[in-house]
Design a binder for this molecule. Structure first.
Ligand SMILES: Cc1ncc(COP(=O)(O)O)c(C=O)c1O
Length: 466
């Protein structure tokens, strides 16, 4: 039985709880269930701080978990915003097997666990993390997904045989929360990240879920850590959902135990030194490739990224910033670093055209930024927009005929990054991206910025968090 009275100001919630709470505590892959059955008075103020002190083994801790769950029922705003999302998971995700936002529990960080926030000017990529994280365990033996929980940011304890450590059974996502010019926090097209995350999960034998439920849990996490969203339009809060296989057993197989967690990091520019008048420089070495047909280049799995470090180091040693990934005998241009690539040029018919490689071959990650750029450019209808394969020979030919106008990379972390130089098989190629008075990469960058930071208000791609 639960009785509640909702206060009028500052969201205070007071009430009396009497009932049964079953909590799964996980230790090295084993599950214990504990039972609580008693009456207690609880008091949660400002949706932030439980009055009761944090002592995991005490009954009132269980009550705090319950309070978090009850608070969820009153997150009307988030539910309203999320319900407008179109979830387009390609393969049906069985709803009864997904976790649910309504079950979310919250354990807030104590005063001694709160981190001081870095100055926005000191932000690098992925160096600092917010005070809380989201965790959702999956145990097939217990019927699948367990209750989502927001906890203080803490280390994970995993069995050393966990599949993630041996077979890279791991995938992740990257999206951002932006503090707009109106002070509102927005996330950008999260349903596309959820669709991609579920597709990656299917490919690597990890459990799928209802994307909208995770979006709502992420919104709650961002709302709790909202002061970590930088008060700056040059920065944002990077959200990193991660899904790992944690079965405590060796053997390459589907995961019967998994952990989905979400951490968040305030970020500035992805590149160390960015001068907006200088584009990025790339190493294009045909002896390396990132992905191949039938492989996993179109999924966002950790196993795609580890092997790129060696090549990235080679680029850095040559004084170049990123790797231009090529594929095949004909040196197809596929991606740049961790971005999709675009080329803007004058085609054989004398018209301006924007191209990016197609998703059909499985070489290309279906980027949210890529998708957004294609949609915007198509809507502008000012030049031809195509998804088609292109190779380094074409890049060289267009350049020699002064028909290559711009090349740029696009991704959540790096936004739209103009390319000014490629070292291709030892040959220097100077790309004139920065030489135009009104380049399209800047127009696209500005349009995306305007949506993300609320300059264009109420854009359907920008989901406000209240
Ligand atoms: C290999 C690769 N390509 C492209 C992208 C861009 O994707 P998005 O625009 O969704 O960030 C990323 C970043 O996630 C990436 O890692």
């Amino acid at each position: 039985m639960t009785r509640l009275a909702i206060g009028e100001t500052s969201n205070p919630i007071k009430g009396v709880f009497s009932g049964t709470c079953i909590r799964h505590s996980v230790n090295g892959g084993t599950i214990q269930k504990g039972t609580l059955n008693e009456s207690k008075t609880f008091d949660v103020v400002n949706n932030r701080r439980a009055v009761l002190p944090y002592r995991p083994n005490k009954p009132h801790y269980q009550l705090i978990l319950f309070c978090g769950s009850i608070l969820n029922q009153f997150q009307i705003n988030i539910t309203r915003n999320s319900s407008s999302l179109q979830i387009r998971d390609k393969k049906a995700v069985q709803s009864e097997r997904s976790f649910k936002y309504a079950d979310l529990t919250v354990r807030l960080a104590g005063p001694d666990q709160l981190q001081s926030k870095p100055d926005v000017s000191a932000l690098a990529f992925g160096k600092y993390f917010t005070d809380h994280m989201l965790k959702i365990f999956y145990y097939e033996a217990l019927g699948g997904w367990q209750i989502p929980e927001i906890t203080p940011l803490e280390n994970l304890v995993l069995h050393p045989a966990s599949k993630v450590f041996h077979y890279a059974i791991e995938l992740f996502e990257g999206l951002k929360a932006y503090r707009g010019i109106d002070g509102k926090i927005r996330i950008f097209r999260p349903e596309l990240n959820m669709e991609r995350m579920n597709n990656s999960a299917l490919r690597t034998g990890l459990p799928t879920f209802i994307g909208e439920e995770l979006i709502k849990c992420c919104c709650r996490l961002i709302s709790i850590d909202q002061e970590w969203v930088p008060h700056s339009t040059a920065s944002s809060l990077y959200i990193r959902p991660t899904l790992i296989g944690i079965d405590p057993a060796l053997g390459v197989a589907s995961s019967k135990s998994a952990l989905l967690y979400v951490i968040a990091s305030p970020v500035g520019s992805y590149f160390k030194k960015t001068n907006e008048n200088v584009g990025i420089s790339l190493l294009a070495d045909p002896q390396y490739t990132r992905a191949w047909p039938g492989g996993c280049g179109n999924y966002k799995m950790g196993s795609n990224y580890g092997p790129t470090v060696y090549v990235q180091k080679e680029a850095t040693e040559k004084g170049l910033q990123q790797v231009l990934w090529l594929y095949g005998e004909d040196n197809q241009v596929t991606e740049v670093g961790t971005m999709n690539i675009f080329m803007f040029f004058i085609n054989d018919d004398g018209e301006k055209e924007l191209i990016t490689p197609p998703l059909t071959s499985g070489l290309i990650l279906p980027g949210v930024t890529r998708n957004s750029i294609l949609a915007l450019a198509t809507e502008w209808n000012e030049f031809k927009v195509s998804e088609r394969k292109f190779c380094m020979d074409e890049v060289c030919r267009l350049l020699s005929e002064n028909r290559l106008l711009e090349m740029f990379g696009a991704g959540t972390a790096c936004t739209v990054s103009p390319i000014s130089y490629i070292e291709y098989a030892g040959r220097p190629l100077h790309i004139p991206t920065m030489k135009h008075s009104n380049p399209i990469y800047k127009m696209l960058l500005k349009h995306l910025f305007d949506i993300q930071y609320g300059v264009i208000s109420d854009h359907p791609w920008a989901i406000p968090i209240e």
